[in-house]
Design a protein. Structure first.
Length: 257
């Protein structure tokens, strides 16, 4: 991936008045976002707020209204935006005889799995896996990977094309504390050292508070966006996450006793 010394400061992605409807149901309306490269942008909200739908609209997987523009730092527009994407879950059949090497080689390099392994391809795959501390998984069968291991493999695949934008739909769902820590530290490294923007859907408000540069509170439309402090201290956040805020207050009170 192309390294940069400082974040570019220009919009990698600009979303204007985006809306999504399914038959007679409005799922998203009037979404306006500016996402900068070199930043981690967390999208938070209750279940059913339209977070995954937003990701699908950016990927152009579903019809939507409004406009999505991509820009670079020179001529104002990218000829072709590269997007890396990690879904919330992937269904893999039990006893599937495909290794991590086979999966990435066939998808990323269009290299048939029945042909002898190529040393050059193997080294490239190992290099990408190494970024997520998953190098030792290269010969393991994909069906035998834990949830955390599989997500690290998917993240490795997502960044191999040197994307300008990385879309992550709750990629750490069900992962243990150590896995969560590794994930967010890696995201922090990526956004500081590489020329890409990250949009992350997350339910973990504590980790978002620690690592996000920009937070978007979503409930069919953007209720609030800004820094962690601006969003977390807003009345909109209090309304959406009233129960979570109350639980945290009770925990803090008990800790003080």
């Amino acid at each position: 991936m192309k390294k940069i010394v400082e974040p570019c400061g220009f919009h990698c992605i600009k979303i204007q008045h985006l809306g999504v409807r399914f038959t007679d149901q409005t799922v998203l309306e009037n979404i306006n976002l500016h996402i900068h490269c070199g930043s981690l942008n967390a999208v938070i909200g209750k279940n059913g707020a339209g977070k995954s739908t937003l990701i699908r609209a950016i990927l152009d997987d579903i019809p939507h209204t409004g406009k999505i523009e991509f820009k670079d730092t020179k001529d104002g527009r990218m000829q072709k935006l590269k997007i890396g994407y990690v879904p919330q879950s992937v269904n893999i059949e039990k006893n599937t005889p495909v290794s991590v090497y086979d999966l990435i080689a066939s998808y990323q390099f269009r290299y048939p799995v029945f042909l002898p392994k190529k040393k050059k391809i193997r080294e490239q795959i190992k290099g990408s896996l190494r970024l997520f501390e998953a190098e030792d998984l290269i010969d393991k069968k994909v069906c035998n990977l834990s949830g955390g291991q599989l997500q690290r493999v998917l993240l490795s695949m997502a960044v191999m094309d040197e994307p300008n934008l990385l879309l992550l739909d709750e990629p750490v769902s069900g992962i243990d504390q150590n896995g969560m820590e590794l994930f967010f530290q890696t995201m922090d490294y990526l956004k500081k050292h590489y020329d890409l923007a990250i949009i992350l859907i997350s339910h973990d408000l504590d980790y978002v508070a620690r690592y996000a540069d920009h937070v978007v509170l979503l409930d069919k439309t953007v209720l609030r966006q800004g820094t962690v402090k601006e969003v977390y201290q807003s009345p909109e956040f209090e309304t959406v996450f009233a129960s979570k805020t109350e639980e945290k207050w009770i925990r803090e009170e008990k800790a003080d006793d």
